[in-house]
Ligand binder design. Structure first.
Ligand code: SF4
Length: 298
């Protein structure tokens, strides 16, 4: 590791540990795309591995913290966000990234998702969205389309899929985007913007699971809403963003994948900024106080 805060060129290879992702991820898995985009985004953000914490939940996505060289915490199912929140409160200088799958993040951890978005904690939340539970062998997840057949819903799911973008917006996320593993350039740009954003940045990251979800639509051509003449909306306008998200969420299950930036509120202060402004939270890392023998606790 290098010195914290050192002013130098950062290379994406610094984020590559010795362990190989091929050890557990299947060939063709979209998770490789997330890892690659994240490594490419880090030099753009200008953060060293030692300034970065990656917290993951349980699932194939949870292995990300093993294959990305930084501080890491492989937490329990659906709980990456509470761990990430605690770390950010203790050390606001850290670049905090939380990650999990659609089952982990929108199902088991759905409550944490809503409240972390509502409170606008300053972090990036990457949800690997492959429309199934992958690690446990392909069960129906909160984003599986209605009618999707799996071992847990052999006659087809009767459940309406969750709308992750709309849920993030209505819960209070200040940055909401969707990208895809098969679109690495856009993914890198979106992850860079998400990490540079001061507040809760939610990225619904479409990842194909060729092993358990052969019907997934992640292979069809993607449309970047920012590059398309068919879509014109203001990402800083909550109403227009909401309308566009609903179009994207409907389209996904009709064979059209709309990706891009959907909402960006740069004015709303993050939870950490609010707490520092009221004096409830110090500007220096709380963790430093624990190692300062002379610090006088009140
Ligand atoms: Fe990827 Fe699916 Fe294999 Fe998990 S089971 S590593 S999500 S392809």
């Amino acid at each position: 590791f290098n010195a914290i805060g050192e002013d130098r060129e950062i290379d994406r290879d610094e984020f590559t540990p010795e362990i190989e992702p091929q050890a557990t991820w299947c060939p063709g898995c979209g998770d490789f795309g997330v890892l690659k985009a994240l490594k490419q985004a880090m030099p753009e953000v200008g953060r060293n591995p030692e300034e970065t914490l990656l917290v993951t939940g349980i699932g194939c996505s949870g292995k990300l913290s093993s294959y990305f060289r930084s501080y890491g915490f492989h937490s329990i199912h659906g709980r990456s966000l509470p761990v990430a929140r605690a770390a950010k409160m203790a050390n606001p200088d850290l670049e905090v990234i939380a990650a999990g799958g659609d089952g982990d993040g929108y199902g088991i951890g759905g409550n944490h998702f809503m409240h972390t978005a509502r409170e606008n904690h300053d972090m990036t939340y990457i949800v690997f969205d492959n429309e199934i539970f992958g690690l446990t062998k392909g069960q129906t997840s909160p984003t599986s389309p209605k009618g999707h057949k799996s071992k847990t819903q052999p006659h087809g799911s009767a459940k309406q899929p969750i709308r992750p973008l709309s849920l993030a917006l209505t819960s209070g996320a200040s940055y909401v985007a969707r990208t895809a593993a098969v679109n690495p350039n856009q993914a890198k740009e979106i992850l860079t913007e998400a990490m540079e954003h001061d507040g809760f940045a939610h990225v619904d990251f479409l990842t194909q699971c060729p092993t358990w979800n052969k019907d997934a639509k992640q292979y069809v051509p993607y449309i970047d809403v920012q590059d398309s003449d068919d879509y014109d909306f203001d990402i800083t306008d909550r109403g227009e963003a909401s309308e566009m998200m609903q179009k994207a969420e409907d389209a996904l299950y009709e064979g059209e994948v709309l990706t891009g930036r959907f909402y960006h509120d740069e004015d709303r202060p993050s939870y950490q900024e609010e707490k520092q402004a009221t004096g409830d939270m110090p500007e220096e890392p709380l963790a430093e106080r624990y190692f300062d023998e002379d610090y006088e606790w009140e």
